[in-house]
Design a binder for this molecule. Structure first.
Ligand SMILES: [Zn+2]
Length: 102
């Protein structure tokens, strides 16, 4: 494992990983507090730090089909939720991965 860089957030209200308490995002980054996920109520944030992305997949939501990627805590690898990924960005990361393996 490489060295882990943890970004800290200076805000009055900081959302942290429930397992290792690493800073993830702040109340100022909330886009939507009434977001619904399959597991219940969820918050939609503009920016989240200290996360790693899983592989991209298409999931259907009330608003239609979206490309999303699971997000994990970069410190303890706890599953935190998921993130919208634009199809273009998802394709880019796929290409990069292929280049690494060839
Ligand atoms: Zn964690």
């Amino acid at each position: 494992m490489g060295r882990l860089f943890i970004e800290s957030i200076s805000s009055t209200m900081v959302y942290k990983c429930k397992c290792c308490r690493v800073d993830l995002t702040s109340s100022g980054q909330i886009i939507d507090k009434n977001f619904q996920s399959k597991s219940g109520k969820a918050y939609l944030f503009n920016k989240v730090v200290n996360i790693t992305l899983g592989s991209c997949e298409d999931r259907s939501f009330v608003t239609g089909l979206h490309t999303v990627s699971d997000i994990h805590c970069s410190s303890c690898h706890q599953l935190l939720g998921w993130k919208y990924v634009s199809e273009g960005l998802c394709g880019q990361s796929e290409i990069q991965r292929r280049e690494v393996h060839s």
